[in-house]
Design a protein around this ligand. Structure first.
Ligand SMILES: Cc1cc2nc3c(=O)[nH]c(=O)nc-3n(C[C@H](O)[C@H](O)[C@H](O)COP(=O)(O)OP(=O)(O)OC[C@H]3O[C@@H](n4cnc5c(N)ncnc54)[C@H](O)[C@@H]3O)c2cc1C
Length: 457
């Protein structure tokens, strides 16, 4: 009889490694399967960011020099014309991703997690309607590993999720091309011109610049689905920046931009990280937002494993705790951000000129608490300026109407997720309402993404 693991986690990215570490610390036997070589992980990204506060929050020691590239103290959100920026103090660590992943894996190994590299998940083993293990392909052929719980942490493709037959509690559709952002980055050397410190973000281009390795600067953009479009958009974005440089190296990848599956569990199954589309809706970053989910998933899984009850009902609290908190905030932002981002550049420039619309406190709240916040008193005072802007055509009534419509849909979604059903038996009616609201939100986002594709592809 093969070894019995408590959990097999598919994918040794940051999500799978963190979750397995957390479960192993609680005394459970975990195996992580990774189709690539472990030492290659993170290399395609290079430098990446995590907010400093996340280390304490998720119980991860801070990085040392070498892995730590820079400590950045501010984030500035710029108007499209580059004339106005709102700067918030927010410490972010810029790190080497391969080194961070190796360290995270070290903690997991020290807690007893087994890793198998170049081992590709190929399917589930079922017994009496429950997953009882996984089949995996290795250089030596196919193997079976027995376990009580399977966790999909395989990234956007959802290697497990998409292979499990759909049930009323499990969606297995792969992400549509229009539900993904291509992230294209260049690391520039020989820089000349004005460089603002910290992270610099340009909502209108889904663009940013921030320090890279050594003296280099990362200049990056996000673009729906099209790699060629991403390069064109990058060139246009780069031409608006107040500095010039030469690309020392380039890289690209994809992140999901869509709602998570409506349920993250079924019998013997859980899904976390990019596999569950848990990226921050305002930046596409997904490491720490997934840690928040992994922490809940590990606690719920530990409880279920202890009781030896791995049914949907036993794993359901992961849905409830994730969706009522971060999931509800992300639902709001996923629905609302496209309406904001689709304003024309002059409209956004105009909004930057209205006191109180973009603020330091709002920038901090968005990045740390995932809240859209504006000071009601300042907004009340700004009302006459906004009305004047509409009268003079600086803000089109249609744009305002779209924002109001999406604001309402986003708020309804948030309230719905905050009331995520306590038990699977109430899920059907809830899911019906959620699907109706998401259809509205998705159609506005897809229309915006298509406009970008027409413009840049
Ligand atoms: C260019 C770029 C820059 C980014 N920068 C940042 C940043 O600065 N900060 C941030 O927070 N986020 C950033 N992100 C997003 C971040 O990289 C992801 O959100 C995060 O890596 C998701 O981690 P994950 O473990 O869920 O998935 P992944 O990192 O995708 O890991 C999944 C793992 O599963 C493995 N796998 C897949 N299928 C199988 C299979 N069948 N069998 C076995 N293994 C399998 C994959 O090989 C992979 O190693 C960036 C993304 C890109 C593309």
């Amino acid at each position: 009889m093969a070894d019995l693991y408590d959990a097999v986690v598919v994918g040794a990215g940051t999500s799978g490694t963190y979750l397995a570490w957390r479960l192993a610390e609680k005394g459970f036997r975990c195996l992580v399967l990774e189709k690539e070589k472990l030492e290659s992980l993170g290399r395609s990204i290079g430098p990446f960011h995590m907010e400093e506060a996340a280390f304490e929050k998720f119980g991860i020691p801070k990085p040392e020099m070498g892995e730590l590239l820079h400590r950045l103290e501010t984030i500035t959100m710029w108007s499209p014309d580059g004339n106005r920026g709102v700067t918030a103090r927010l410490a972010t660590l810029d790190m080497d991703k391969p080194a961070f992943m190796e360290r995270l894996r070290g903690y997991a190994l020290a807690s007893g997690v087994d890793f198998r590299e170049e081992t590709e998940f190929a399917g589930l083993v079922w017994e009496r309607g429950l997953p009882a293990g996984v089949k995996a392909r290795t250089a030596d052929g196919e193997e079976e590993m027995r376990c009580r719980l399977v966790v999909d942490a395989s990234g956007m493709g959802g290697a497990v999720r998409t292979r499990v037959p759909a049930t009323p509690w499990w969606e297995n559709d792969p992400p549509d091309d229009l539900d993904t952002l291509v992230v294209y980055m260049e690391s520039w050397k020989n820089l000349e011109g004005y460089l603002n410190p910290g992270i610099n973000s340009y909502l209108h281009f889904q663009g940013w610049y921030a320090p890279s390795y050594g003296e280099e600067m990362i200049v990056g953009v996000g673009m729906p689905s099209s790699p060629e479009g991403a390069r064109r958009r990058h060139r246009a974005f780069a031409s608006t920046l107040p500095f010039r440089g030469e690309a020392a190296w380039r890289t690209e990848g994809r992140v999901p931009y869509r709602r998570p599956p409506l349920s993250l569990v079924d019998n013997g199954l859980m899904v976390v990280g990019d596999a569950a589309f848990m990226n921050k809706p305002f930046s596409g970053e997904g490491v720490t937002s997934a840690f928040a989910a992994c922490r809940i998933a590990a606690e719920v899984a530990a409880d279920a494993l202890t009781r030896d009850d791995l049914t949907r009902d036993a794993l359901w609290p992961y849905n409830v705790r994730y969706f009522r908190d971060q999931g509800a905030k992300f639902a709001y932002l996923t629905a609302f951000m496209p309406a904001l981002a689709s304003l024309s550049p002059p409209e956004v420039d105009f909004l930057y000129s209205v006191p109180g619309v973009f603020s330091e406190e709002g920038t901090r709240a968005l990045n740390l608490e995932y809240e859209m916040r504006s000071d009601p008193e300042k907004m009340r005072k700004a009302l006459p300026t906004l009305v004047k802007g509409i009268a003079s055509g600086e803000l089109r009534p249609a744009s305002l109407a779209r924002m109001a419509y999406m604001g309402k849909t986003a708020a309804e979604l948030r309230r719905l997720y905050e009331a995520f059903p306590e038990h699977p038996s109430f899920f059907g009616a809830w899911a019906k309402r959620a699907r109706r609201l998401w259809r509205k939100a998705d159609s506005v986002r897809h229309a915006y993404f298509r406009t970008l594709l027409r413009k840049w592809s």
